[in-house]
Design a protein around this ligand. Structure first.
Ligand code: ACM
Length: 677
């Protein structure tokens, strides 16, 4: 087993060297302007910071956190020398707004020389951003830790750069949210979109309507004190908090305590069943309720924006309710969409009275709503462009759904200004405020949420912060992986959680062969896990399977595909690439024999046995293909047919897992049969 470990360690470093062809600064998001200098600033025990200019409490605590984080990253307990010149000089012209504003200046300039560094910004918010850049620049070097000499002038491309976290389907505790806020700040995201209510749970204490959580949750919700604590924590990190209460659809949890709000007769349970209940938008009592509720929540959440959801309003309850149909016809409305627009107009007026601007999903787009609202596009890029053409501000979330388990490169390729938005006039383009990644919580727990969000979220952050032309995918992966390591030093567990979960599955057996398998599989994509789940989801069931533990994207498979590409492009002559390919293939071929005893022993792993067998068969097939290629001897048709059959078998998801090395092995098999002697 030790030999296997050594081989794998060698392979990982060799593969990394392939990906890292260009020396570059491991920054993510990439700043707007980077001028490399010469030399480097050593980070030693005497590292110190001095602040001049505007000073506020939030800046002081940011500097303290920065020093603590630098100490964690480097392992150096700093002991500045009194009287010595500071290593890092910070100057902000102005402080920050007490409630962070959309579009508040986040720009900064950072100059690092071998003798010291300077960080200046118009506001202390820019200082926050610049300190995160500094942390990313510090790397280990032959002589110690150091930051390279550089001059950076940076500002965001978009003012609204968010992450939605759904806490309804699975409750996410405060400490987990806080470490994710730390991660967001590290990559310069500035909005937490907090999806606080949905069918499966209402998560905010209301003192006016206590049954919202009393009956509409499983007992897990945030007190108002906890909400204020999270908002203050986010503000310290330059992050606005936008609450979302999703209405009139996605609102079953409201009806357990307040059934009069619903359009049907109930009774309702959080577990659901039957048609999706929705709010009755025709009754005055609904608006009286919402007046009081929004007044309470508007005070609790200080941000100027307030999200009312508005997505996926299944109108079946409206169709089935004769009173609602009478109302629709009496008011000259054509359909349920018109009723939703009427509901949204009433809501918008309530929000305006509470000094809030309405944000909603793209279904709310309707010419009767004032142009001040913000439309969040999730169903496609065209809805963002359509909103802008009608004069509405918009946010892009389509393409940034982290729960779909896409590879980072796929998210990275989607730009708010591409597709339909590329044809907008400059004036219309200004209405595109940015975007948000979305982490819906049907299939995650506090244990694995970090690995669903990170490190891919850093890539969305770069798309929203960095210039549009920053698009190089190889560079993105190198930088994302560097930032991923930094994020664990912040307390995120996106890498370590997998290890804990594999250990749980394996009991106290050696997990090396299990990790080898975990390294080459990914969860099924899009909503395929939903369709495989027979019957309604039990949101209190354990999420402890291999699919829950593995990373959304396999680095090993991507590296292996690149190696095969290199080898094929060399006309099968690149011996170094072939040697590495052979080592991987052999390790996979031999892994099943090591893993099999373990798979049989634990109930959590039994379903993975066929995946392990497929991997083993792929390893053997790939090695045989290389043998044919080495001998320059075409592989026989019968062999090829047999191998392609097993490759087809290996392509099928099993245990909701996809084996990600099938395509490059298929490439080798086909190449070996296609050659001529
Ligand atoms: C949504 O994903 N239904 C906004």
């Amino acid at each position: 087993m030790r030999n296997l470990l050594i081989v794998l360690a060698f392979l990982s470093s060799a593969l990394f060297a392939v990906a890292q062809s260009q020396p570059q600064l491991n920054l993510m998001p990439m700043p707007a302007n980077v001028q490399p200098g010469t030399g480097q600033l050593p980070i030693t025990q005497s590292f110190s910071v001095a602040v001049t200019g505007s000073h506020d409490a939030s800046l002081d605590s940011e500097v303290q956190r920065f020093v603590a984080q630098l100490s964690r990253q480097t392992g150096i307990p700093f002991r500045p020398k009194s009287g010595a010149a500071p290593t890092l000089q910070i100057h902000a012209d102005h402080g920050r707004q007490a409630v962070q504003k959309l579009g508040e200046d986040e720009s900064y300039e950072l100059t690092i020389a071998d003798s010291g560094a300077n960080l200046t910004a118009p506001t202390s918010l820019g200082i926050l951003r610049g300190l995160q850049t500094f942390l990313q620049l510090v790397e280990i070097a032959p002589t110690g830790f150091a930051a390279p000499a550089v001059t950076i002038k940076d500002q965001p491309r978009f003012p609204w750069r968010g992450t939605l976290i759904d806490v309804s389907r699975h409750f996410i505790p405060i400490d987990v949210l806080k470490r994710n806020l730390d991660g967001m700040a590290a990559v310069k995201l500035n909005v937490l979109h907090w999806h606080l209510s949905d069918d499966q749970g209402f998560r905010v204490e209301s003192k006016v309507f206590p049954k919202l959580t009393g009956m509409g949750s499983d007992g897990m919700f945030y007190t108002q004190g906890e909400i204020r604590d999270v908002i203050a924590y986010a503000h310290d990190r330059g992050i606005r908090v936008i609450p979302e209460f999703d209405i009139p659809g996605h609102s079953r949890s409201w009806f357990l305590g307040y059934p009069d709000l619903s359009s049907g007769s109930g009774p309702y349970t959080l577990e659901g069943g039957g048609i999706d209940p929705i709010i009755d938008a025709t009754r005055e009592s609904t608006y009286k309720f919402l007046e009081k509720f929004i007044a309470e929540m508007a005070k609790l959440f200080p941000d100027a924006y307030f999200h009312i959801g508005g997505d996926e309003v299944d109108g079946k309850q409206w169709d089935a309710n004769p009173q609602i149909q009478t109302f629709i016809h009496a008011h000259g409305m054509k359909n349920n969409q018109d009723l939703q627009a009427y509901f949204n107009q009433r809501l918008q007026k309530i929000l305006a009275k509470n000094h809030k601007t309405m944000v909603g999903w793209d279904e709310i787009l309707h010419p009767d709503l004032p142009k001040t609202i913000i439309v969040q596009s999730w169903r496609g890029q065209q809805s963002l462009a359509a909103a802008a053409k009608q004069g509405y501000s918009g946010l892009l979330s389509f393409g940034y759904y982290l729960d779909l388990m896409w590879p980072a490169a796929r998210h990275y390729a989607i730009d708010p200004m591409s597709d339909a938005a590329a044809t907008l006039t400059p004036e219309e383009k200004r209405l595109v405020l940015g975007g948000e990644s979305c982490q819906w919580a049907e299939w995650l727990t506090p244990e694995n949420i970090d690995s669903h969000i990170w490190p891919r979220n850093a890539v969305v952050a770069e798309r929203l912060w960095s210039p549009q032309q920053v698009t190089d995918v190889a560079s993105m992966y190198t930088r994302m992986n560097a930032v991923s390591l930094d994020l664990e030093f912040l307390g995120l567990t996106h890498r370590s959680a997998r290890m804990h979960m594999l250990h749980r599955m394996a009991g106290n057996a050696d997990i090396t062969p299990l990790r080898l398998l975990a390294d080459v599989v990914e969860p099924v994509k899009d909503y395929n896990r939903w369709s495989d789940a027979k019957g309604p989801i039990d949101f209190h069931a354990p999420l402890t399977r291999m699919i829950d533990a593995v990373y959304p994207e396999s680095d090993t498979a991507r590296h292996f595909s690149d190696l095969v590409k290199t080898y094929v492009q060399s006309g099968y002559k690149d011996q170094a690439a072939e040697a590495q390919i052979r080592m991987w293939l052999a390790s996979w071929r031999d892994n099943d024999a090591r893993l099999h005893p373990l798979l049989d022993q634990t109930f959590l792993l039994q379903e993975d046995a066929p995946v392990s067998q497929d991997l083993s068969a792929l390893g053997a097939a790939g090695l045989q293909a290389l043998d044919y290629l080495d001998k320059a001897q075409p592989a026989p048709d019968s062999w090829k047919t047999q191998q392609l059959a097993l490759i087809e078998q290996a392509k099928k998801p099993k245990a909701d897992l996809l084996l990600m090395v099938v395509a490059p092995v298929q490439q080798l098999v086909e190449a070996s049969a296609a050659q001529h002697n």
